[in-house]
Ligand binder design. Structure first.
Ligand code: AP5
Ligand code: MG
Length: 210
């Protein structure tokens, strides 16, 4: 059976980068609440009795989008997925309880990276709007000038929003990771290594869980 994988960690830990590797190697679906919300930033959520009428306000500030919106996205994505890597969910204890009711998880990959490194990665990140590929102003710029010129910064990668996202993570998501530490499939991954080294550890952890 295709593996059901959860990847969890702070903003900038490399969840998106490594989820792409997992999806390619294991042929599972990449379910990501962040990307799903970014493609639907202006959807009308006012009928859910939320403070703001669209996800945009929450996201640009680096706050969590209300649970009801995110739970619905994941629930729908899971109904069609045979094996998946879930990235960006759950982010608080309420979402973790919802997920327990939706599906079982075989492997939980917890990516660990220190705060200073995360700030550097996120404030320097640039995204290619055409392909979604991630780059970095210092560590990883494309050789192709045409691509370099069209790179953009994510709205929530400003210093202020990044600091808030990291605080939101500490307050809401870190306690979820503590709970998951008792799960049979839980594995801690050193996310400060090079992307290739991180991938080697992740691949080994998934193989070991099979
Ligand atoms: P989301 O899109 O999930 O953002 P995030 O969790 O803040 O994480 P990022 O996508 O910024 O980082 P990442 O871990 O994927 O790292 P990446 O691989 O890109 O969420 C955005 C917003 O949506 C939230 O703030 C919230 O508002 C809302 N939202 C989403 N889910 C929600 C939920 N469940 N509930 C409520 N609201 C929700 O890497 C980062 C950078 O580092 C890149 O430049 C990359 O090239 C580089 N890099 C990666 N790996 C390495 C490495 N090993 N060494 C050096 N550089 C590296
Ligand atoms: Mg991401």
């Amino acid at each position: 059976m295709a593996p059901r994988i959860l990847i969890i960690g702070p903003p900038g830990a490399g969840k998106g980068t490594q989820s792409s590797n997992i999806a390619d190697e294991y042929g599972v679906e990449h379910i990501t609440t962040g990307d799903a919300l970014r493609s639907n930033k202006d959807m009308d959520i006012s009928d859910m009795d939320t403070e703001y009428d669209t996800p945009r306000e929450y996201m640009e500030a680096g706050d969590l989008v209300p649970d009801a919106v995110v739970n619905a996205i994941v629930e729908e994505a899971l109904t069609t997925a045979d094996g998946f890597v879930l990235d960006g969910y759950p982010r608080n204890k309420e979402q973790a309880e919802e997920l327990t009711d939706m599906t079982e998880i075989d492997v939980i990959l917890s990516l660990e990276v220190g705060r200073e490194e995360l700030i550097e990665r996120l404030t320097g990140r640039r995204v290619d709007p055409e392909t979604g590929d991630n780059y970095h102003v210092e560590f990883n710029m494309p050789d192709d000038e045409e691509i370099r010129e069209r790179l953009v910064q994510r709205d929530d990668d400003t210093r202020e929003a990044v600091e808030n996202r990291l605080d939101v993570f500490e307050e809401n998501t870190a306690p979820v990771i503590e709970q998951y530490a008792d799960h049979d499939g839980f594995v801690e991954i050193d996310g400060e290594q090079t992307p290739a080294e991180v991938w080697a550890d992740i691949d080994a952890a998934i193989q070991a869980a099979k």
